[in-house]
Design a protein around this ligand. Structure first.
Ligand code: ZN
Length: 213
């Protein structure tokens, strides 16, 4: 109970701090939000979308799962994507991975983990697709970092293949896909791919990542 009580105490302090800076802070945010971004990140507690982007409530629509996956058969991420693009009209969809990702690391291991193994199977496919490049990296830490990059690029490509994104592009809507990695060590964001706004650019991204389709 001590842990949850601490959250309530923090919440009261946060409300006081925010309203001291701007007495209308919460009233302004009680109306429907018009975020410009959908952020698809890892569930890892060290990767908070709002804090690391310096944004406030209402600016970023967020979906998080283990290892920031975009499964084209995952009703959850597809529903979030559709709502964000077709109802909220976000113009930017971000896939944000992070170094030190335990999900990606677990996918590299052979020990069975239970149900989550099904989820991590997608990352094993990324490893299989890029085996040659990954096996050429001698340092295991560097190899893991590269796999984390490749995982992000693969999820951006998966995003580009969803009917929601394809439909938006066909209708002429401006919808930009971005692939980022958050560096736990220094808090900085690294851009892997910015401004993917057409099927051609998505294909080029996939090829640039060494993934011949
Ligand atoms: Zn992670």
């Amino acid at each position: 109970m001590e842990h949850i009580k601490r959250l309530f105490q923090n919440n009261r302090r946060w409300v006081a701090a925010m309203t001291q800076t701007d007495p209308e802070f919460f009233r302004k945010r009680a109306v429907p939000a018009e975020p410009h971004f959908l952020f698809i990140g890892c569930s890892d507690s060290r990767v908070p979308a709002d804090s690391l982007t310096g944004t406030t409530p209402g600016e970023i629509f967020v979906h998080r799962n283990i290892a920031n996956q975009v499964f084209t058969a995952d009703l959850n991420v597809l529903s979030v994507l559709q709502f964000a693009v077709e109802v909220l009209h976000v113009g930017n969809v971000i896939v944000c991975g992070h170094y030190g990702c335990a999900g990606v690391q677990a996918a590299c291991g052979t020990a069975p983990l239970g149900l989550v193994d099904n989820w991590l199977g997608n990352i094993r496919n990324v490893m299989r697709l890029h085996r040659q490049e990954l096996e050429a990296i001698a340092d295991p830490a560097d190899r893991l970092r590269r796999l984390i990059d490749l995982n992000v690029l693969e999820q951006v490509y998966n995003l580009s293949q969803t009917p929601v994104v394809q439909k938006a592009w066909q209708s002429g809507a401006t919808l930009l896909l971005h692939g980022l990695v958050y560096q736990l060590e220094d808090g900085l964001l690294k851009d892997l791919a910015l401004g993917i706004d057409s099927p051609e650019k998505a294909e080029a991204l996939a090829h640039a990542a060494g993934h011949a389709r």
